[in-house]
Unconditional design. Structure first.
Length: 132
């Protein structure tokens, strides 16, 4: 009887690891990424390394409430990686009105780790060309 139960227990343990493993890895990766924000640049202070945007916090799998008002968020961006439409850039390259996505540290400190300047609406890849 012992010899029949042991392989069954091993098979159940392996199956549990295979089914539960990828989901847990994705949860850890999402938690490590921190918080995400989307909006338009309001101001950039290169001296204090602060960026202020008017926009929304983005939560994976959640939709923005209808009628939600944009909020102002200020981020410390001294060590943040800045990219402008996929190309490496600097904090001083940000301009008021730029559409940006900001990722912060997971500890909720508003310390930006990445700032991505997004293409202006209508000029990104896959958009239909305007007819003149």
């Amino acid at each position: 009887m012992k010899y029949r139960v042991l392989p069954l227990l091993l098979a159940v343990a392996v199956l549990a690891l295979l089914v539960g493993g990828p989901g847990q890895a994705e949860e850890k990766k999402a938690a490590a990424a921190g918080h995400h924000y989307f909006g338009r640049v309001e101001s950039v202070n290169s001296t204090t390394h602060e960026v202020t945007i008017m926009g929304f916090e983005v939560q994976k799998g959640a939709k923005r409430e209808k009628g939600a008002k944009p909020q102002t968020f200020t981020f410390k961006a001294g060590d943040a990686k800045v990219s402008h439409e996929g190309q490496a850039s600097t904090l001083s390259g940000l301009k008021k009105g730029d559409r940006v996505g900001v990722t912060t540290k997971q500890d909720g400190s508003k310390a930006a780790t990445e700032i991505h300047v997004l293409p202006a609406r209508g000029k990104g890849k896959g958009r239909a060309k305007e007819s003149k």
